[in-house]
Design a protein around this ligand. Structure first.
Ligand code: GLA
Length: 402
């Protein structure tokens, strides 16, 4: 979905969406809201059963919904001023490479898990920038899942909602994403980052250090997950596991491999040689998992220097070994690293464009923003967008507006 149209900057999106829904569908809806996310560290580790450290942000997708008497979903997107219709009886439906696929996929997965859905009129609005690596897709999926469950009078454990939304994206939309985004959109907690073990789905909340802000800088160059590069990285990791398994049969995912094992596989002549490309992909994932755990320890000890160093190493690894950065992301990180008050800077999300995440000392945030804007414009001729976000709450029903 693209952000083409929307509500005025100074209006309350929830209020505007309700008013617009009432005009369009002549009924009073319920309102659900799910956030986007930013990932502090742990990139491309989720689908390798590894560790991630995301937070929900205060950018959201809102879904207004009222039941219908038939089995159709009529959805209107305020962002693109476009409607779509879905027939809930059509269980063989296929994705159409359209924003409504996210809604359709979630509805089908809910039906497959035995939920009796009702037809509904739905309006959606999102201020999560699309294609910016801030999980506009997960925010849409999770808001829709909650809205559909809400009017069906059903509930599911939040972790099941996250898994079901991931399945919708994997199986219906065709992007083989991991669980991080949907999990963060469900479990976001104010002022906390989430350390998630993507194998067990156990998680721990860590407070963000005081006096530090999360500053998200959007390069304004969009990515597209379904473009194939993302799925290709995932296949390369699977190939790495297949090759390593011959020598370390107990491993199930790159999560189980140490750097020493990876190196021994590369240098031991008895072992089949691993292509350099696969080696580098594995090296990123294995070292990134270590960096997540080092960052967590550093945050717990208020050691911001080490946390910042881990972020810097993560960016280099994503750029050099995993090859998912872009020229604009590298420029943005370089600029950030030269600013006063910077603790750590790296690309965030899937890559190939999108945003950087910066931990910045609170008293330097104003100057930081100004300098990044100016220098990025000089270097790229592009106007970037900057969001200073608190870590926010996960999906919720909004019961009072205005
Ligand atoms: C996208 C995917 C996530 C994760 C990140 C990279 O955001 O949706 O599952 O793989 O890329 O860390």
């Amino acid at each position: 979905m693209q952000n083409l149209i929307g509500f005025g900057k100074d209006t309350d999106p929830a209020n505007e969406l309700l008013k617009s829904f009432e005009r369009r569908f002549a009924s009073s809806p319920r309102l659900f809201r799910a956030p986007g996310r930013v990932n502090l560290i742990g990139e491309h580790t989720d689908y390798n059963d590894g560790f991630v450290l995301p937070a929900a942000i205060d950018l959201y997708t809102w879904a207004a919904i009222a039941p219908r008497t038939d089995q159709r979903l009529r959805i209107y997107s305020e962002n693109v001023d476009e409607s779509a219709e879905i027939d809930l009886h059509d269980s063989a439906a296929k994705g159409k490479d359209h924003w409504s696929d996210y809604v359709h996929g979630v509805a089908l997965m809910l039906l497959h898990s035995g939920i009796s859905l009702r037809g509904a009129d739905i309006s959606i609005f999102s201020n999560v920038p699309v294609g910016a690596g801030l999980s506009s897709s997960a925010a849409l999926e999770v808001s829709i899942a909650s809205a559909l469950l809400g009017i069906a009078g059903s509930s599911l454990a939040l972790v099941e909602v996250a898994k079901l939304c991931q399945r919708a994206e994997n199986e219906f939309v065709g992007a083989r994403v991991g669980i991080m985004d949907q999990f963060a959109s469900c479990f976001g907690t104010s002022n906390h980052v989430i350390l998630l073990d993507c194998r067990s789905l156990e998680y721990k909340l860590l407070p963000l250090p005081s006096g530090v802000d999360m500053v998200i800088c959007n390069t304004m160059v969009k990515h597209d997950h379904s473009s194939g590069e993302y799925n290709e990285r995932r296949e390369q990791c699977e190939e790495g596991v297949r090759l390593l398994k011959q020598y370390f049969p107990s491993i199930r995912a790159l999560r189980d491999v140490t750097l020493a094992q990876l190196e021994s596989n590369r240098t031991d002549v008895r072992h089949s040689s691993m292509p350099d490309l696969i080696y580098r992909r594995c090296h990123h994932v294995i070292s990134e998992n270590e960096r997540v755990l080092r960052t967590v320890k550093a945050l717990q000890e208020n050691d911001l220097v080490t946390a910042g160093r881990c972020m810097a190493e993560s960016h280099l690894s994503l750029r050099n070994d995993y090859a998912v950065s872009s020229c604009e992301l590298d420029i943005m990180v370089d600029i950030a690293n030269r600013c006063e008050g910077i603790i750590g800077a790296r690309m965030t999300g899937g890559g190939f464009g999108g945003c950087t995440i910066n931990l910045v000392k609170s008293d330097s945030v104003e100057n930081f923003q100004q300098r990044v804007r100016e220098e990025y414009k000089v270097a790229t001729q592009l106007d970037c967008e900057i969001y200073v976000s608190r870590a926010g709450a996960g999906v919720t029903e909004i019961t009072s507006v205005g």
